[in-house]
Design a protein around this ligand. Structure first.
Ligand code: SF4
Length: 365
């Protein structure tokens, strides 16, 4: 038995959707290439990032790293610099690692099999399906947030779209709707429908090409779908940031560990505060790390910065800390450098660091 009796015969739906897509499809650059590498890069960028944002990064990234070999031979710092501002930096590091693995095997082509793709770092269900569908035209249904929302409304599915346990169910639905011919265009059309018509708020049902197939529309349930589970409140982390400035004007930058959140990016020295600690106590403690010169520090608050990550928010107080001590009082290492402000733009910086630079009247992006 089909899991969706409502669309047991999906051909009319598929044809209507495809006709509409052929008329209105946005001319996105990754839709005009069959280069598996370019498609892979675009899909990695598009995960959790808006199309408008990716449009500016995609051509720049391909210009810097036009193929797997060129990406593999770049340094991690170069890759992160090209990715700077896109967020979710683990995606860039994994892309880079995967390119190196492919080059190490002496076959630097993007794999065309599910198994080989899945063996690479950072490649999950979505990227597997997108690369196999868009680059190799294999019949894999692509399931992203837009497609889930369309399916939830079309078929009045009361599984929460943000419940991980519901994912196989939605995946099966998407697969059942996939036509044997032009499945890549069908996938694009489903995503385009979610992006342009069946939007999260105020879907444009009047102009929807598939409204006559839509259970929610027919029954007046559009407001009820998709169902979402309530998110837990995200915690707020308080941090202090020290912009250590030498007499000559150099500032201290530190590199985050390669693995983990914002891995490999550069930032001003900072520390997270205990619940009981004030910002002024925090900056005092942070300065003490740079002993034995801490007595000669003068500090001045330059403002507050806020930033939201997926699972927590950051409230940061930034301090300019002027140092009278000799320039070599804090020694340089691979992960700690004194830089003239003009050199900062050469380094991949975290979003919070950019926000602090803006507070100081310095802006590189
Ligand atoms: S009719 Fe409305 S709710 Fe149904 S798929 Fe179209 S836009 Fe979405």
């Amino acid at each position: 038995m089909s899991i969706m009796p409502h669309l047991a015969e999906p051909k009319p739906f598929q044809e209507k959707l495809l006709r509409w897509y052929r008329e209105i499809a946005r001319p996105l650059p990754w839709r005009y290439t069959k280069d598996p590498y370019a498609i892979w890069v675009s899909e990695v960028m598009l995960q959790q990032t808006r199309v408008d944002t990716v449009l500016s990064y995609f051509p720049r990234f391909l210009k810097a790293f036009p193929d797997v070999q060129r990406l593999a031979s770049a340094s991690e710092e170069q890759v992160l610099k090209a990715w700077e501002g896109l967020g979710y930096y683990g995606r860039a590091r994994n892309l880079h690692k995967a390119a190196k693995i492919l080059c190490d095997t002496n076959d630097p082509t993007v794999p065309d099999s599910e198994e080989a793709l899945r063996s690479l770092p950072g490649i999950g269900d979505y990227i597997v399906a997108a690369v196999l569908s868009f680059a190799y035209r294999k019949p894999f249904a692509v399931l992203d947030g837009n497609v889930k929302r369309v399916l939830a409304r079309l078929l009045a599915i009361d599984w929460a779209v943000n419940n991980a346990k519901a994912k196989p169910f939605f995946q099966q639905m998407a697969q059942d709707l996939l036509p044997a011919v032009a499945s890549d265009l069908h996938n694009q059309a489903m995503m385009e429908l979610g992006a342009l018509v069946c939007t999260p708020r105020h879907p444009k049902c009047e102009g929807c090409p598939v409204s006559r197939f839509c259970l929610s529309r027919q029954n007046g349930w559009v407001d009820r779908f998709p169902v979402r589970e309530k998110r837990r409140l995200v915690p707020i982390r308080r941090i202090v940031i020290a912009i250590l400035v030498q007499k000559g004007g150099g500032v201290l930058l530190t590199r985050r560990p390669s693995e983990g959140l914002l891995g490999g990016l550069w930032e001003f020295p900072n520390t997270e505060l205990d619940a009981s600690m004030s910002f002024s106590e925090g900056i005092q403690q942070l300065c003490m790390r740079f002993s034995p010169v801490s007595d000669s520090f003068t500090r001045q608050s330059i403002g507050t910065v806020r930033h939201a990550y997926t699972h927590f928010k950051v409230l940061a107080q930034a301090f300019r800390v002027d140092i009278d001590a000799a320039p070599d009082a804090i020694s340089e290492t691979e992960t700690c450098r004194w830089l003239n402000p003009g050199m900062l733009e050469d380094y991949p910086l975290s979003k919070i660091t950019h926000k602090v630079l803006r507070l100081m009247g310095m802006k590189y992006r």
